[in-house]
Design a protein around this ligand. Structure first.
Ligand code: FES
Length: 93
């Protein structure tokens, strides 16, 4: 099962393959915050430290929003990501 390590919380959570990050965060106490849950507010932005290839590919909607926010290349919107393998994240400032 994929493991999600959140460095901000020093916490590792095991999830089922292809599990939505937002569902994981609702079931566990994490520092990742959510607002719109639809890729439109940026509240859930995380920095992917390792395992970017183990998150679901970025769709145009997310890509456009991150470009608008001038996000760094390793930043993703947690509400738009599913987990397919081990990944290490931190909450973006
Ligand atoms: S919760 Fe708004 S962009 Fe993810």
């Amino acid at each position: 099962m994929p493991k999600v390590h959140i460095t901000t919380d020093d916490k590792t959570i095991e999830v089922a393959d292809n599990y939505a990050l937002i569902d994981m965060c609702e079931e566990h106490d994490t520092s990742i915050l959510f607002g719109c849950r639809d890729g439109a507010c940026g509240a859930c932005m995380v920095r992917v430290l390792e395992g970017a290839e183990n998150l679901s590919p970025m769709q145009d909607h997310e890509k456009d929003f991150l470009e608008t926010m001038a996000a760094e290349p390793n930043e993703r919107l947690a509400c738009q990501c599913k987990v397919t393998g081990d990944v290490k994240l931190e909450v973006s400032e």
